[in-house]
Design a binder for this molecule. Structure first.
Ligand code: SF4
Length: 477
């Protein structure tokens, strides 16, 4: 049995919340389907019927976890949902979300997209003081902070807890009669607010989601993003906004635009599709090459390839086809097949590629091994030249803000020059989009950047603590 997967960075969570709808659990379930790309290892929903919270979570894909019978056991008019990716070692059901507790502030369920960089320190202090943790997830720390806060009201206790944590967080939380949504003061991870218009004089339903593709599915209108440093509370008294901390210099994750988010989403208020097309256009201007065809590596390289083709005037073809129905592990035939894992996922269209000089567009090179195999696939299919173009700068540093990256030593661009990477992957030429080109593609035209670009620069916006190195048991979601 071999584990297969394209060599990509992994997003580690998607969150959704619905308030004021008798079908809250079903809407959350649909929302999680739309966010499945943000995490495929576990998913869960917690609902409130006004008296108590009920949660259901399990390992696997949303479609495998929830059915009619399960959803019927999740009554109530408000709900939160979560879909999670984790590394193999911590993919236990224990760490699946939402995490629900009964504490001195009542029942609370929480779902988190991001990663707390002071989690190890806070947890060590709690444990020294006798606190017992149910999970190895950093998210549980927030519940301890809420429970131990001296503030009298729940919104104040939550604001107090949020001020004590550092790092990347977009939270949705449910209590008996409220939904809370919060974003960290640097705004690393997205979180959007929308509403489903009420029918027949009924009030609107409020929806929160990591990406606006959820709103399209639910028939919701996008209103705005939760602002960095904002805590939004929705309850019987309506929607209230609190700023628990002043916004800091913005560090929106630029890799959401490059790869993570769905192209049909607005992320940080910008169309992902447009941003990716711009990346391709900038790349064509910065790194032109004489060739016959532009081919995007599906799926996330396709839009940048379209931009490259439009800007360069070189035609784009779907020269690689992706099989979407391949699982994570596979039984390999005894007679080994070269590049078996990649071939299961991607197949070249020989008729298009034979005798052609091909520009391959992808969104990243992480370890380099997948790119090497893709270049080989395209050559074996008859391409006479393969020119690799990457729609972001070289990934040289790990992420501490909720993205699963290999250690620096496994990132090929941290160890090798562009020419050495080219040689390793076997391409005729290799070029990356510049940081300026990437920022400009994402609407950051001048002045101070509103994006985090740490995985390209190694310059981090927080005084980070690597929770994984200090305390291997603390899971990152
Ligand atoms: Fe995103 Fe990279 Fe910053 Fe992580 S380090 S938040 S992946 S831009």
């Amino acid at each position: 049995m071999i584990e297969i997967g394209l060599d990509k960075l992994h997003e580690e969570c998607g969150v959704v919340a619905v308030y004021g709808n008798p079908e809250a659990a079903k809407l959350c379930y649909l929302g999680l389907h739309a966010l499945q790309h943000r995490g495929q290892e576990s998913a869960g929903i917690a609902t409130s019927d006004g008296r108590r919270l009920t949660a259901y979570k399990s390992m696997g894909l949303v479609a495998d976890i929830f059915d009619q019978a399960v959803l019927q056991k999740l009554p109530g008019s408000h709900a939160i949902g979560h879909t999670r990716y984790s590394t193999a070692g911590d993919s236990a059901l224990l760490n699946a979300q939402p995490i629900q507790v009964d504490c001195n502030k009542g029942q609370i369920a929480i779902a988190h997209n991001g990663n707390l960089v002071n989690a190890a320190d806070l947890r060590a202090r709690f444990e020294q003081a006798g606190s017992i943790f149910q999970t190895s997830s950093d998210t549980e720390i927030v519940l301890h902070l809420v429970a131990q806060s001296r503030e009298k009201t729940l919104p104040d206790a939550m604001a107090d807890a949020l001020r004590r944590i550092e790092g990347a967080f977009s939270f949705v939380m449910a209590t008996r009669d409220h939904i809370f949504a919060a974003r960290d003061p640097r705004g690393f991870r997205p979180l959007a607010i929308g509403h489903i218009p009420g029918k027949d004089g009924l009030p609107d339903s409020i929806v929160f989601a990591s990406e606006t593709c959820v709103f399209d599915l639910l028939g919701a209108d996008y209103d705005r993003d939760v602002k960095p440093g904002e805590l939004v509370v929705v309850g019987p008294e309506g929607m209230q906004s609190h700023f628990y901390a002043p916004a800091l210099a913005q560090s929106q994750c630029i890799f959401e635009q490059v790869y993570f988010a769905r192209p049909d989403s607005l992320v940080f208020g910008m169309s992902v599709q447009q941003a990716r097309e711009q990346m391709g256009r900038y790349l064509a201007r910065e790194a032109p090459v004489d060739a016959d065809l532009v081919v995007g590596v599906p799926d996330s390289g396709l839009t940048a390839a379209l931009g490259y083709a439009r800007e360069s005037g070189i035609p784009m073809q779907f020269g690689l086809v992706r099989n979407h129905y391949v699982g994570r592990t596979f039984i390999e035939p005894e007679q080994r097949v070269r590049d078996f894992g990649v071939k299961l996922k991607l197949n070249p269209v020989r008729r298009l590629l034979v005798g052609k000089r091909v520009i391959l567009i992808d969104d990243s090179i992480v370890r380099g091994t997948t790119s090497q195999k893709i270049v080989r696939l395209v050559r074996d299919a008859g391409a006479t030249e393969v020119h690799m173009r990457i729609s972001c700068p070289p990934t040289t540093s790990p992420c501490y803000y909720g993205v699963d990256t290999p250690e620096r030593r496994h990132l090929i661009a941290a160890r090798k020059s562009v020419e050495e990477v080219r040689e390793f992957i076997g391409a005729d030429s290799l070029a990356y989009l510049s940081l300026e080109g990437l920022r400009a593609s994402c609407g950051d035209l001048e002045g101070e950047s509103s994006y985090c670009t740490s995985c390209y620069t190694g310059v981090y916006p927080t005084d980070f603590v690597d929770v994984q190195q200090i305390r291997p048991a603390v899971a990152v979601k």
